[in-house]
Design a protein around this ligand. Structure first.
Ligand code: ZN
Ligand code: ZN
Length: 399
């Protein structure tokens, strides 16, 4: 089946007013001129489908619920908002809970078809359980542990883990990173009190990414609290100082202020910064109490419709408990907060995450040969139409 799209094509390095030709669910050619077409973006944009490397759920379902029905519900919710590829992300949990999630993702991945209207699973992000004990955030602390080969090898054996997170200072972290490197994963450090020294050791073992920058990670001030003076460089300095390191931001407007979003883009650039949702099951759901992680053992948080909030230990304060919106919101916020040109904003939600996770040959940009995962955006970057491998799927009715 052939199809033509015409309009402002957002390419990796520029916006081109032209025509995109599809053939059998793939991008066949790009013409630098407007031709007759089946679909006209008018004053809007044609962009690659979004790619989310850090996402926990949506539509009432958390990937850790561990059933194909839950996985598919979350994948549908994200696809209906413009995410065409994602990496379901584990929380802390028992070995049984984590294995169950990975198995359910494998089942779902195998039966995926464009007509199912679900975002495609490119792999699993093994995120929990290897976090620092005092940095678990909204994850249940009972499900946290240090990495051991006996534990992590069973997950890697699935062949499905493409992104692997561990706090760099934990005993066993280096062995974990080396095992993940053998599997060619994107290796990341998160929920961590790592010092520069811990990060340098982790880098040697293959670590190249830090989860949700500025959230649940070390800073000069936090390390001073832990270790006293002289003050030490932290994960923040390590990421900013190393061109080989990438990171990600939760640009929901609730976690980070516009100047921090702009700062992250200015410091790391669009090839080393990913937009992620870190979205939980409250996405697309009314405000109220929800569980983060498995339906029966996850910790409770409250969604106010804009973000998740959880009680903060002994104090009366509340802390952020991940986002409740999809990548379309992150893209709009990033475009507003930064001076980045549009093609760079889109890149941070498409080609950059694809490159970092090794799937860029197949998806992540408007280039001949790649899968026709496409979005039509209006001029304000709202998602108007979504195509999975050239097949149009329904949009979400509300946020
Ligand atoms: Zn997190
Ligand atoms: Zn998360």
């Amino acid at each position: 089946m052939n199809m033509r799209f015409r309009g402002h094509l957002v390419l990796p390095d520029r916006v081109l007013n032209g025509t995109l030709e599809l053939h059998d669910g793939r991008i066949h050619a790009i013409h630098p001129r407007s031709r007759t077409a089946h679909i006209d973006a008018e004053d809007g944009y044609i962009v690659p489908g979004y790619i989310d490397i850090h996402v926990h759920g949506g539509a009432g379902a958390d990937y850790m619920d561990g059933t194909p029905q839950a996985i598919r519900a979350a994948n549908r919710a994200h696809a209906a908002r413009g995410t065409t590829t994602l990496f379901p992300t584990t929380t802390t949990g028992s070995p049984t809970e984590i294995s169950r999630m990975i198995n359910a993702c494998a089942t779902t991945k195998k039966s995926w078809k464009p007509a199912s209207a679900e975002a495609r699973i490119a792999g699993v992000h093994l995120y929990g359980p290897y976090f620092a004990e005092d940095k678990v955030g909204c994850h249940s602390v009972q499900g946290r542990r240090d990495p051991t080969p006996e534990d992590f090898n069973q997950y890697f054996a699935s062949g499905l883990i493409r992104i692997a997170t561990c706090a760099a200072e934990l005993p066993g972290a280096e062995a974990f990173y080396r095992a993940a490197r053998q599997r060619r994963c994107l290796i990341t450090c998160g929920h961590s009190n790592a010092t520069w020294t811990d990060m340098a050791r982790a880098f040697e073992a293959g670590m190249r990414h830090v989860d949700h920058f500025w959230c649940a990670m070390s800073s000069v001030a936090s390390l001073r609290n832990l270790h006293g003076t002289p003050m030490q460089a932290s994960m923040e300095q390590f990421v900013l100082a190393h061109q080989a390191m990438s990171t990600e931001v939760i640009a929901d407007g609730q976690h980070l202020s516009p100047e921090l979003l702009n700062f992250a883009w200015r410091m790391k650039g669009a090839t080393r910064l990913c937009l992620v949702t870190d979205a939980n099951r409250a996405l697309g759901m009314p405000p109220g109490p929800y569980r983060f992680g498995p339906a029966d053992t996850g910790s409770w948080f409250e969604s106010n419709g804009l973000v998740g909030m959880a009680p903060n230990g002994a104090s009366n304060s509340k802390s952020l408990a991940s986002s409740v919106v999809a990548l379309d919101t992150m893209v709009r916020n990033m475009a507003q907060a930064t001076q980045a040109p549009l093609h760079e904003v889109i890149r941070m939600a498409t080609l950059t995450p694809a490159e970092r996770t090794g799937i860029a040959r197949d998806t992540g940009s408007l280039e001949p040969g790649k899968r026709a995962d496409l979005l039509i955006l209006d001029k304000d970057l709202n998602v108007r139409r979504v195509f999975l491998a050239g097949h149009e799927i329904p949009l979400a009715s509300g946020r």
